[in-house]
Write a protein of this length. Structure first.
Length: 115
């Protein structure tokens, strides 16, 4: 999975997010748009059959599917998320992502404040 540095020249202008990266054969491609200690905004393109296995993260997150369909597991429950739809993932809860066919998404992650 690629993980380039944030792209500063994207600020303050309209963006067609789905055009900022391409699906690559048998790969997951990523492009960081914004990254701070408290959160990030990252684009992803998954080829058909690719997946991110179950894991946890200390961030509340939102997956917004731009093109195609994703299958997202949260605490063992699977959800089909279609283009134009989003799903919220709570911090520290196991989750996974699968690509039954190629898709693109934006992932927004926000770290919860210390309690």
């Amino acid at each position: 999975m690629s993980n380039p540095q944030p792209t500063q020249n994207l600020f303050a202008r309209p963006l067609d997010l789905s055009q900022l990266l391409s699906v690559q054969s048998q790969a997951i491609v990523s492009r960081i748009l914004v990254k701070h200690p408290t959160g990030s905004i990252t684009l992803f393109a998954f080829d058909e059959g690719q997946s991110v296995e179950e894991h946890t993260a200390p961030f509340d997150a939102m997956i917004h599917v731009l093109e195609g369909e994703a299958v997202v597991s949260i605490a063992g429950e699977w959800h089909l998320v279609r283009a134009g739809q989003a799903i919220l993932l709570p911090a520290n809860v196991p989750h996974a992502v699968r690509a039954p066919k190629a898709f693109k998404m934006v992932l927004v992650m926000l770290r919860r404040p210390a309690e």
